[in-house]
Design a protein around this ligand. Structure first.
Ligand code: NAP
Length: 305
């Protein structure tokens, strides 16, 4: 005789989402779809209409919304909006967890952590590395920093949104990584767009160049070797036996001159040329190109002011 095990349904934790811009709507919609009792609040309550039709509860006030769940995700425009929205909630967040997902700076994240501590709330700062349509995809990276035990307590709920990456107890780490990764994204996009404009000056269609640049060339220069070489960055080890900074400076000069000949914006290559020239002035003329890392680590005089 077989014994039927009583089915034990995992407890699905209630969640509150504050802020219903495109991203907050995606967060709340995903939680709702996955069966989490979801309470929402937004300055413009009309934006909650579809979610409410699908089963979300609209908080009567911010305090009511925060009190409804052990975990509140905040997804507003910036940290100023966080204070504007949540200050009126008074002590409602005491003993509860707030996970703030707006973008900003590490200094702002630290200030928000102190603000939350004054209210007795557990606080994680976070950053979302995908656009709204990719919320809910297990490959979508979500970054979190703050107390490990707060992350661990809510990890399963956060995993509804994507791949939750815990970066460490320093609250500033999530937005720091966000700025670094977005900087990488913009630099890569601008590199492609500038290169496309350069060949476009001779009538080459973007669609034709994209195949050569993205499918063939890029994987040979930006690939796993960067990961393999990362320990050299940590060690400050830049052997120039396969190519030197002087050689790269020459190449960058040719790019800038070609832009000028072709009537294309030369600001990007000129800046890269200047950074390589600084590396040479700093004594890295015989090092490989990765030695520009040493220039990047120091604020330029005008940045430091
Ligand atoms: P958003 O325009 O950055 O933020 C909209 C939300 O902020 C709305 O809920 C809006 O309320 C609220 N808000 C703005 N100022 C406010 C104020 N002074 N008082 C009260 N509420 C205020 O749109 P979003 O795309 O949803 O982005 C939210 C956060 O997610 C941002 O920090 C953004 O950087 C980050 N993020 C967005 C994306 C993306 O692709 N969208 C990707 C990654 C990260 P109302 O509806 O009442 O105006």
């Amino acid at each position: 005789m077989t014994h039927q095990q009583p089915s034990i349904r995992p407890q699905i934790s209630p969640v509150t989402v504050i802020g219903l811009g495109p991203m907050g709507l995606a967060l709340a919609g995903t939680l709702l779809k996955n069966g989490h009792p979801t309470t929402v609040w937004n300055r413009t309550p009309d934006k909650a209409r579809d979610l409410v039709a699908r089963g979300a509860r609209l908080g009567a006030s911010v305090a009511d919304a925060v009190a409804a769940s052990p975990l509140t995700l905040v997804c507003l425009k910036d940290y100023t909006a966080l204070y504007e929205v949540l200050d009126p909630a008074g002590g409602a967040s005491a003993g509860r967890a707030l996970v703030n997902l707006n973008s900003g700076t590490p200094k702002e994240a630290h200030a928000a952590a102190s603000w939350a501590a004054e209210r007795g709330a557990a606080y994680l700062d976070g950053a979302i590395m995908v656009p709204p349509p990719l919320v809910g995809d297990p490959r979508s990276v979500f970054l979190y920093s703050g107390p490990r035990e707060v992350f661990d307590a809510h990890r399963d709920t956060l995993a509804n949104l994507g791949d939750p990456r815990y970066l460490g107890s320093d609250h500033g780490l999530a937005v720091l990584h966000n700025a670094a990764l977005l900087g990488l994204m913009y630099a890569t996009m601008n590199g492609f767009l500038h290169a496309t404009a350069l060949v476009g000056s001779a009538g080459v269609p973007a669609a034709e160049f994209a195949e050569l640049a993205v499918n063939r060339f890029l994987p040979t220069v930006v690939d796993a070797t960067l990961v393999e070489q990362a320990p050299d960055l940590d060690a400050g080890h830049y052997p120039g036996d396969l190519g030197t900074m002087e050689m790269n400076l020459n190449a960058l000069e040719h790019i800038a001159l070609t832009c000028e000949e072709q009537g294309v914006h030369s600001g990007q290559p000129r800046l890269m040329r200047e950074i390589a020239a600084q590396a040479v002035r700093d004594g890295h003329g015989g090092s490989n190109y990765l030695a520009v890392f040493e220039v990047f680590k120091k604020a330029a005089a005008r940045d430091a002011r």
